[in-house]
Design a protein around this ligand. Structure first.
Ligand code: ADP
Length: 915
């Protein structure tokens, strides 16, 4: 027994020979059949030619008959003319009638005298030809001339006849012999006109059943050299059978081919061919059948020879091993591959029972069941177990085995195969670990991730997908994902990707949530492609990754709102780059400056510089903002039309994440109008101050100058009383007393006015002072009044501040005096002076328990000469509080009263705190 592969080679060689012989038989048979077919073809062609030729000869004979006879008839007429030297019309008619009788296709016979046609038989229908001179007929004259020149008859035509239709014309010139033996003299020309179509019809050429196609050459009787007389000229080029028709005045060449052509299908031949093909197929089938039979036999033989060797080769080369158990389930055979595959020498196990194998878990239910199965002689299929071999080596093995039975059905053992799946198991465990790690990553990803099958059903959803949609993974599994996508167009786009493969992205697309709402997401869907069994590639599914962009959309909306706000703001906004190049201006900028955004962007804010501020001003501004600080101030700028305007500007740097300046933002308010009002106010205040000073000066001078005459009036009235008091009556004394009292009151008023005016003019510069001391001085000045009224004056600790000491003493003095003066009847006055710290100022209060003031008079009492009481009720001039107000205002404070009638009053005034 040789090497199996070599044997296989021999067998292949033998098979090859068998099939080669079969093929040779087929080719040989085919060639023989083709040779027979060719011979048959040739025979057929010859037969066809012979039959075509005989058909043509029949036609030729008919034509001959139809043409030759009438043509010869001219001779009778010619004989008559030559015999008598002329012919009369009657004779011509009579002779012609005899000559032409029985020839239905002869249209007429004519006779010309010289070249002019003189007679015609029959005349009826041919009158038109009488008197015609052949020389005037270019179509006929050449033939006539030829006949005359050659002194012999000719055939012309077919030609268009003068009388209409087609005709063949036989022309015979008639010469009369010369009496004195000279040249014969031309008498005329006899013409016989034959109806061409009639001749053709009689010859059978026009019959549709004619089995041949016939063509005739030889116009004017010129034979093969002449033009076509009838039929298709192409027939002459189609290998026709040919023959000449000799006519009285010339000849025609006839050519014919079978109507269907030379290669027309021959049913008989086709039948032979079909039979031949059938025969050939039978031979081929027989040859190949024999070859196959031989091949199968050889293959069976080969299989038989090789099966043992193959089994041994497999057993050696395989990555499996084979074993046998005997009827007692003891190992009786291990294939040689066992040690290599399992990595252990199996020989110690020979003779051991299967249940003695050192499996890792002998009590595991699967192992127990397996032992049970083999005890019951069941087939084992892919059973896996783990074995602890010596040195602690752990092996995962998978076996399949079949029970073997004798012919009589008694159990003989098992025969089986096994493979080592340790690496596979380790690999699987590794894959499992990787899978769970991957799943972990997917589950913990911030983006929602869903796996889809090719129909778009969800087959995986991570935690973020659950969070974003509100559905749990188990809710999502099996649903069609595109149902979650709100806009139909987007859902369709995802479906399209699943059908055609590729990628699709969506931005801000609303996804449906379980709670009925939507969440806007950015998503990308990408198909997974897998190869098919034929290597074709198709969509296996897709992964869709999506993230919630509601925060971003909200931020964008906010940004849009802010943009709108800036665009519509009445305040100018300018954004520049760090170099000061303008990147943005809002519409207010254009409104204020007259420059359009297009003119400003890319330029520099110095566009609106007026030159009002010195260069150092701008240098300082840039220094401040470049250092990262904000700047604010007022700028006088210039509009496009050259007019100036004022702006209050706030310029702020904008930083990036690294703290670098990326922009400057200037916000500017047009304050031109405010500036104008301020200027107006400043001018008015200056004017007011000037007129106040003038008024004070006038009041001071006036009161001073008024007091002088008043004192004179008062002094002289008192002198009058002293000197003449006894001579006047009591009423005169009373009158004098009134006058003196009036003068005194006027003096008081003037002195009050003087005091009032001096608050502005005679004040001394502010100096630091202690308000406790001021209060002490005021109460000391009022000591007598206080004692007299039994008033109690208390106070809180009072602060130190800057002011005019004598004015502040009179301020407190006035307020305390009023508190005593306007005390409630029969109630000793209780007066309290307080001080509270306010915002940058001190708020002083002088509280009393007097009669109080009605609210409607709160403002009036601070106006000069305004009193609430008559002089009879309470003495006073109405100047005290007016003076207080001027003193407080000179100290940049305010004064007001709070009071409830009958329950006392509190006068408040403020003074600026020091520092
Ligand atoms: P005169 O006290 O000289 O009348 P003032 O200017 O000091 O002028 O006061 C104006 C008016 O305010 C007084 O006439 C009085 O009616 C009212 N008045 C001032 N102080 C008090 C007070 N402490 N209690 C009630 N009324 C007062």
């Amino acid at each position: 027994m040789g090497h199996p592969n070599r044997r296989a080679g021999n067998a292949w060689g033998r098979q090859f020979i068998a099939f080669t012989i079969a093929a040779a038989v087929m080719v040989g048979t085919l060639l023989a059949l083709l040779a027979v077919d060719r011979l048959e073809g040739r025979r057929h062609q010859l037969a066809l030619r012979a039959s075509t030729f005989s058909q043509m000869i029949v036609i030729r004979e008919r034509l001959d008959r139809a043409l030759a006879v009438p043509m010869q008839r001219t001779r009778g007429m010619m004989a008559q003319i030559v015999a008598h030297g002329d012919v009369t019309p009657d004779e011509f008619d009579r002779i012609a009638a005899v000559l032409l009788a029985g020839h239905r296709h002869i249209r007429n016979m004519t006779l010309s005298r010289g070249t002019v046609i003189a007679l015609s038989y029959p005349l009826a229908g041919n009158e038109a030809v009488i008197g015609v001179d052949y020389r005037d007929r270019p179509s006929q004259w050449p033939a006539v001339e030829r006949a005359i020149r050659d002194h012999g008859p000719i055939l012309s035509g077919p030609v268009d006849l003068i009388q209409g239709g087609h005709g063949l014309i036989g022309r015979a010139p008639v010469f009369l012999p010369d009496a004195i033996g000279g040249e014969p003299r031309l008498f005329g020309v006899i013409s016989v006109v034959v109806d061409f179509e009639g001749v053709l019809s009689d010859a059978g050429l026009l019959s549709p059943e004619l089995p041949i196609r016939l063509a005739i050459r030889g116009r004017d009787g010129l034979g093969a050299a002449g033009g076509m007389v009838w039929g298709d000229e192409a027939v002459f080029a189609a290998a026709p059978v040919e023959s000449d028709l000799i006519l009285p005045f010339g000849s025609w060449r006839l050519a014919a081919v079978p109507r269907q052509g030379w290669n027309a299908i021959d049913a008989e031949r086709d039948l032979v061919r079909v039979l031949g093909l059938g025969l050939w197929l039978c031979v081929a089938a027989a040859a190949f059948g024999a070859a196959r039979y031989m091949r199968d036999r050889w293959q069976a033989e080969l299989a038989l020879i090789d099966s043992e060797g193959r089994f041994r080769d497999f057993a050696c080369a395989t990555s499996d091993w084979f074993f046998e158990l005997d009827a007692e389930l003891r190992f009786s055979y291990f294939s040689p591959s066992t040690e290599r595959v399992v990595g252990l020498d199996p020989s110690p196990w020979l003779g051991k029972r299967r249940d003695e194998l050192p499996v890792r878990d002998p009590n595991a239910p699967e192992w127990r069941r397996h032992l049970q199965d083999i005890a019951e002689h069941k087939p084992i299929h892919n059973f896996e177990f783990t074995m602890t071999a010596p040195h602690g080596v752990v092996r995962s093995l998978r076996i399949s085995a079949l029970p073997i039975f004798d012919a009589d059905g008694s159990f003989r053992g098992y025969r089986g195969a096994g493979s080592d799946v340790t690496a596979e198991r380790i690999h699987q465990a590794e894959i499992g670990r990787l899978q769970s790690r991957l799943k972990n990553i997917l589950c913990n990803a911030g983006e929602g991730i869903c796996g889809l099958d090719r129909d778009g059903h969800v087959i995986f959803a991570n935690a973020a997908a659950e969070r974003l949609t509100g559905w749990s993974e188990s809710d999502l599994l099996g649903t069609v994902f595109t149902d979650l996508i709100r806009p139909a167009a987007e859902a369709d786009a995802v479906q399209a990707v699943l059908r055609q493969q590729g990628e699709h992205r969506g931005e801000g697309v609303p996804f449906r949530r379980r709670d009925g709402g939507t969440v806007p997401v950015d998503f990308v869907v990408d198909t997974l492609i897998e190869g098919g069994p034929q290597g074709e590639r198709g969509v296996a599914g897709a992964v869709i990754v999506f993230q919630d962009v509601s925060a971003r959309l909200a931020a964008e909306a906010e940004l849009r709102r802010l943009h709108m706000a800036i665009e519509q703001s009445p305040v100018t906004v300018i954004v520049t780059d760090p170099q000061g190049n303008i990147q943005y201006v809002n519409p207010a900028f254009s409104r204020v400056t007259g420059y359009q955004a297009g003119e400003a962007i890319g330029g520099n804010p110095r566009l609106v510089k007026s030159g009002h501020q010195p260069p150092e001003f701008y240098a300082e501004l840039w220094r401040v903002i470049r250092q990262g600080h904000g700047w604010d101030g007022e700028l006088c700028n210039k509009r496009k039309d050259g007019t100036l305007f004022w702006e209050k500007a706030w310029i702020t740097p904008v930083f990036d994440a690294d703290g670098a300046i990326v922009n400057f933002i200037g916000v500017k308010e047009d304050i031109t109008r405010r500036k104008e009002i301020e200027e107006e106010l400043r001018r008015t205040s200056a004017e007011l101050a000037r007129s106040n000073v003038e008024l004070e000066q006038f009041a001071a001078i006036a009161s001073h100058d008024l007091r002088e005459p008043l004192r004179m009036v008062s002094a002289y009235l008192q002198l009058l009383q002293r000197r003449y008091g006894s001579q006047l009556d009591a009423q005169a004394d009373e009158f004098i007393a009134f006058a003196v009292d009036g003068a005194n009151r006027m003096d008081k008023l003037i002195s009050g006015l003087l005091t009032y005016s001096r608050v502005g003019t005679r004040g001394i510069p502010f100096q630091p002072l202690d308000m406790e001391q001021v209060l002490a001085d005021a109460t000391a000045n009022l000591r007598a009044t206080i004692d007299q009224s039994g008033a109690q004056v208390s106070h809180e600790p009072l602060p130190s501040l800057a002011g005019d000491p004598s004015q502040l003493v009179s301020l407190l003095q006035n307020l305390i005096a009023n508190a005593i003066k306007y005390a409630a009847p029969a109630t000793p006055p209780i007066i309290h002076v307080g001080a509270q710290r306010g915002d940058g100022e001190w708020i002083f209060s002088v509280h009393d328990n007097g009669i109080g003031i009605a609210p409607e008079f709160f403002d009036r009492i601070f106006v000069i000469f305004q009193r609430l009481h008559t002089r009879q009720e309470c003495d006073g001039s109405g100047i005290g509080l007016a003076v207080c107000k001027r003193i407080v205002e000179r100290h940049h404070g305010r004064i007001w009263v709070e009071s409830t009638e009958g329950r006392g009053s509190t006068f408040f005034f403020t003074l600026p705190a020091e520092g």
